[in-house]
Design a protein. Structure first.
Length: 442
């Protein structure tokens, strides 16, 4: 019976996600595509993320995630596996019935905290939940393996891996510490060896370490700008603090480590999707906490408040998010891709300025100069000259231009003025769809 209820929860969750607006990040399409076309990550594809499933030989492109439909199937698969992991782990901690409650709360909160977005953070629970389980069971080699894989996916997992290291160190079990360290080194070491063998280790170091700690830290990070963001974060996440009333000290510490460590991703950009790695641990902690205070009158008051807030926010959320809209794969963007294909042959060099960056992937073209970067102010501050040199060098017949674009209130034509000036001086419009111009070399 429990398995039937779990199946119904999963089916309902997938159905809900299928009815919501969908936001697959364009990075997940353009980076693997360009990698598979021979461009070198970090040396020619300029980006600040660890390789994960974007820059390695096995990536999302050759695994079949090439459009919005396949991306949605990936999201469904991630949610399905996360539910199964949550049930298995929660069953061992809380029992079968309470494990169902954990899964039900995941159904409630996963869509709410931008579960309709597909980004690196959505993949992380698939690695962090097994790492949590193996840490709890003192199988530290496997905990290290999964956390190491998490680091390969996203460098923001490094603090969590460090916290687990300190926990094992303070336990003074040096055999387990060695096993954990070995497990963590294997995936990270293989990643670094591969990057070294491809000849772009210095570029990897610059974009992931130097750039992130300097230019990006000054210009690209984003703090919460409204009370609504903070209030949702505090009120829902604060209930996880009830776990400290639970009697199992080891469970509380390990759960707290994974909750806090996986929450670090929110300090990059203030978007709810960055809460996805920590959400399963928040839910487990919340259920543990409420059951630990089951006979306490305070818990009934807190439970009433929790349910009231939940219903209120869920109503607001679904009013604004039920839609068949898919960001970056809207009819306008698809029409632009088709128009590009009318003027080009497969794998021709073009240049996209301001328009959707994954138009290269959608139109089977390549960027001029074999250099690609997302046209954000913090990126072009250090790379505009290099992009311009590539544009001048290849002088593609076609450029695709949207000069109306603004990034966080900064106009593209202002922070990329050199590129804008070169295009205006050397290209003329031959076609137009909305604000997007197809321009040909004069």
């Amino acid at each position: 019976m429990n398995k039937i209820f779990l199946l119904l929860i999963i089916i309902l969750h997938i159905f809900i996600l299928g009815e919501l607006v969908f936001f697959p990040y364009p990075e997940l399409f353009i980076y693997p595509y360009l990698t598979n076309q021979g461009l070198k990550p970090y040396a020619q594809i300029l980006d600040q993320h660890f390789p994960g499933l974007m820059f390695l030989p096995i990536n999302l492109d050759n695994l079949g995630m090439n459009d919005e439909s396949s991306a949605r199937l990936w999201l469904f698969g991630i949610v399905l596996i996360t539910h199964l992991l949550l049930y298995f782990i929660s069953k061992n901690i809380l029992g079968k019935k309470r494990a169902l409650l954990v899964n039900f709360l995941y159904l409630i909160w996963q869509p709410f905290f931008e579960g309709w977005v597909l980004w690196i953070d959505n993949f992380l629970p698939l690695l962090l939940l097994p790492a949590f389980y193996f840490t709890l069971r003192k199988k530290l080699f496997w905990a290290g393996i999964f956390l190491g894989l998490g680091v390969v996916m996203k460098q923001s997992i490094i603090p969590l891996a460090g916290l687990v290291f300190l926990y094992v160190l303070f336990e003074k079990d040096f055999k387990l510490l060695w096993k954990y360290t070995l497990g963590g080194i294997i995936p990270v070491g293989l990643m670094l060896l591969f990057i070294l063998s491809q000849g772009y280790l210095s570029d990897f170091w610059y974009w992931n370490i130097v750039f992130n700690l300097t230019t990006y830290a000054q210009s690209g990070t984003q703090v919460p700008r409204n009370f609504g963001f903070l209030s949702r974060l505090v009120l829902i996440y604060s209930t996880s603090l009830l776990v400290f009333f639970h009697h199992d000290r080891q469970l509380k510490i390990i759960l707290g480590i994974f909750l806090v460590g996986s929450l670090v991703t929110i300090f990059d950009r203030a978007n709810f999707v960055h809460l996805q790695p920590s959400l399963p641990f928040v839910i487990i902690a919340t259920v543990l906490g409420f059951y630990s205070l089951a006979k306490n009158q305070i818990s009934l008051i807190l439970l009433g408040l929790y349910l009231t807030v939940t219903v209120w926010w869920q109503v607001i959320f679904y009013r604004g998010h039920i839609s068949n809209m898919v960001f970056f794969f809207d009819p306008q963007t698809k029409n632009i891709a088709s128009k590009i294909m009318e003027y080009t042959n497969p794998y021709d060099k073009i240049f996209v300025f301001g328009a959707a960056p994954h138009l290269y992937q959608m139109s089977q073209t390549l960027p001029a100069g074999d250099v690609f970067i997302f046209q954000f102010p913090w990126f072009l501050k250090v790379a505009e000259n290099r992009v311009l040199e590539g544009l001048i060098k290849d002088a593609p017949e076609i450029v695709v231009v949207d000069r109306t674009v603004k990034i966080e209130d900064e106009a593209l034509v202002d922070f990329a003025s050199k590129l804008d000036r070169y295009i205006l001086e050397n290209y003329q419009e031959i076609d137009k769809l909305g604000n997007t111009q197809i321009m040909k070399k004069i």
